[in-house]
Design a protein around this ligand. Structure first.
Ligand code: NAD
Length: 287
């Protein structure tokens, strides 16, 4: 008995990396999976085809979708693949993402546009048709991949952080709008060994940061194990699993409340306006 028997999942960017681990994990728990990816193997074949074929060879259910999700047509095709092949869509994992890192003054318009289009606009393209279907069919679960880079910032990633901060805000709204239709929506900020970072890691580190550890938390998020939880952001790596959320300082009454809140009064009340803890940096998530 799998945790996802009878469910159908769409996972973007699932031809390798974290997305591939997600696809394999959800399929191993009984979900039928649409494995989306535009990426290709060295012989020119699609990585999505390879992953889907391997899941099927292991007795699972999977189909490849090789459309570019940064386009409206590619986005719509994800729901269509799920319906054509498996008849429903219960889970959507918006995972595909790209990097074009440069320090801000070196960033060109193309670097900005391509990252926003693939990482953020794709979420609109893919999610809107799926959300509409889920609304009419009793709900579902959507997980949007964000990054600590977008939440606390990271040098050289203005475009990437903007896209991932956008994904986080997108989740917050869909969680509110989806609540009355039984659509749960999460943000997932992963940290895992990737095609880029693998050459820099020894075997011990690669095992600790294996993508499978992220996929296990995804399984919790999309299965009934997480109950009615929605709107949360989980940071997940092989080292740590924890919620990230905004907290407010106590603050002071504003000027409209008859209080003295001019610039000098604000400066004098800094101990109530700001929180005393040090601000998190990207390095806090590498521990
Ligand atoms: N690996 C990490 O530590 C880490 C940290 C923070 C966030 N993330 C995010 O997690 C997600 C997965 O990261 P990863 O490390 O597995 O990256 P990855 O590069 O290994 O995998 C991303 C996949 O997305 C696919 N893709 C890119 N553009 C696409 C498009 N237009 N249409 C369809 N597929 C497309 C790629 O071909 C690739 O296979 C990304 O959104 C990434 O930003 C990863």
């Amino acid at each position: 008995m799998g945790l996802l028997d009878g469910k159908v999942a769409i996972i973007t960017g699932a031809g390798r990396g974290v997305g591939e681990a997600h696809a394999r994990k959800l399929a191993s728990e009984g979900a039928a999976v649409v494995v989306n990816d535009v990426g290709r193997n060295e012989d020119g074949s699609f990585t999505a085809e390879t992953v889907a074929a391997s899941i099927r060879a292991g007795g699972g259910k999977a189909v490849a979708n090789t459309q570019d999700i940064s386009t409206a047509e590619g986005g719509k095709s994800q729901l269509q693949s799920a319906l054509d092949n498996f008849g429903r869509a219960d889970i959507l994992v918006n995972n595909a993402g790209i990097l074009r890192d440069k320090s801000f003054l070196k960033l060109e318009e193309g670097d900005w546009d391509s990252v926003i289009k693939v990482n953020l606009k794709s979420m609109f393209n893919v999610t809107q048709p799926v959300f509409a279907w889920m609304k009419e069919h009793g709900g579902g679960v959507i997980v949007n991949t964000t990054s600590t880079s977008g939440i606390v910032g990271n040098f050289g990633q203005a475009n990437y952080a903007a896209s991932k901060g956008g994904a986080w805000g997108f989740t917050n709204v869909l969680a509110i709008e989806g609540a009355k239709f039984g659509i749960r929506v999460w943000s997932l900020a992963p940290a895992a060994v990737s095609a880029l970072t693998a050459p820099l890691m020894d075997d011990k580190m690669k095992a600790i940061l294996a993508t499978e550890h992220v996929a296990e938390a995804l399984l919790y998020m999309v299965s009934d194990l997480s109950g009615k939880r929605t709107g949360h952001t989980l940071f997940v790596s092989g080292q740590s699993i924890r919620e990230l959320k905004l907290v407010s300082a106590p603050g002071i009454p504003g000027g409209g409340m008859g209080a003295k809140a001019d610039a000098r009064a604000i400066a004098a009340a800094e101990d109530k306006i700001f929180r005393p803890e040090p601000t998190l940096t990207i390095m806090d998530f590498a521990k």
